[in-house]
Write a protein that binds this ligand. Structure first.
Ligand code: R1P
Length: 350
């Protein structure tokens, strides 16, 4: 039984960005030295454990945790932290390079918690790949793999339902791209890994919705959703849209809004004397790949026994891409000393 007095016994230093007195963030609950610069983010905790099986020296037994959490597990080759809000961070090495997987459950708010709080505890540039599931609005068979070339947001227009004086019940944003280099690495590695399998890999635009139901044009007689036209509206605004899910836009959008990225282009164009020197490079290179679980055109759903096999094929490509992406001068990344991977890296070399 978890001791709730202990869980709620922290003194938070600030209301603006609350940190526990031990340096852990409020929701994801990690601190500097526990999250690597290269991260895979997933929704599902089981998917996170399956990824961690690929980390150096990690066994199935290491990951067989019965404790519902919160918990912290530190082993010579593995670090795991389950926060009280059920963010699960697992850090290890892959081919000797520090990597983390963070399971965030579902939706844009959880993506926002994850990116902001993880960014807060990681020094230097980061690479983040989202590995999730999605539905397709094109005639693509379930069990195929999508790589997002960009993402846009589909939100319920709340005022339409409150005031009944708005034109459209849904708001569809413009698209935001991910990191081209990471996206291409991911696509190339997925192609290579799946070349002998009958798995299609498709590149295209992704829509992230603020509901699994209404904003993805699902019908639910218990509620008034006014979404009969939604697919047509999405296709009209974004003819290249192939998939719908609930998180990728959050990742791509915040990556674009990282303070050292947002004004980069304007800064590059300025004469040297006018350039503002940024004290730290907090760039996030972001990419996303999803398994197509639902075909919304012919209303079919993947048979779930196919999922672990598909995941297995994708995980290697995702981890390979993460360690292949150049994050610049490695000395600008967070220090190895004092991190949970300090000995993991040394042990791998020996
Ligand atoms: C809905 O079932 C969930 O599955 C998809 C959606 O984005 C949403 O989070 O992604 P994950 O498989 O990553 O959770």
């Amino acid at each position: 039984m978890t001791d709730s007095n202990k869980i709620y016994s922290h003194i938070y230093s600030s209301a603006n960005f609350p940190l526990e007195d031990n340096g852990r963030t409020y929701h994801v609950s990690t601190k500097p030295g526990e999250v690597a610069n290269r991260v895979v983010t997933v929704g599902d905790h089981y998917r996170a454990f399956q990824i961690a099986e690929f980390f150096d020296n990690v066994t199935k037994e290491d990951l067989d945790v019965q404790d519902p959490g919160p918990y912290e597990i530190k082993k010579p080759h593995l670090f795991m932290y389950m926060s009280k809000r059920k963010f699960l961070t697992i850090t290890g090495t892959y081919q000797g390079v520090p990597v983390s997987v963070v399971a965030i459950c579902m939706g844009l708010p959880m993506m926002d918690f994850f990116i902001r709080e993880t960014r807060h505890v990681v020094k230097g540039p980061m690479a983040i790949i989202r590995f999730g599931s999605c539905g397709t609005i094109k005639d693509i068979e379930t069990g195929s793999i999508a790589v997002a070339t960009g993402a846009f947001m589909v939100s319920r227009n709340y005022n339409y339902f409150i005031n009944k004086n708005e034109e459209s019940p849904y708001l569809i944003s413009d698209a935001c791209s991910g990191d081209k280099e990471l996206q291409e690495l991911l696509y190339k590695n997925l192609k290579k890994e799946c070349k002998n399998e009958n798995i299609k890999i498709i590149k295209g635009l992704n829509g992230s919705a603020d509901s699994f139901y209404s904003s993805q044009a699902r019908h639910d007689n218990n509620f008034i959703d006014c979404n009969d036209q939604l697919f047509d509206d999405i296709r009209k605004k974004h003819p290249n849209c192939i998939t719908l899910e609930m998180e990728t836009f959050g990742l791509f959008h915040l990556a674009k809004c990282s303070s050292s990225t947002y004004h980069k282009k304007e800064e590059e164009e300025k004469p040297a004397s006018k350039k503002v020197k940024l004290s730290n490079n907090n760039e996030i290179k972001a990419a996303a790949t999803t398994m197509i679980f639902a075909n919304r055109v012919n209303n079919t759903f993947i048979s779930t026994e196919k999922v672990p096999i598909l995941q297995d094929k994708m995980i290697k490509s995702i981890l390979d891409s993460l360690i292949q992406i150049n994050l610049g001068d490695e000395k600008n990344l967070q220090p190895v000393e004092g991190s949970v991977w300090e000995n993991m890296v040394k042990n791998f070399k020996n």
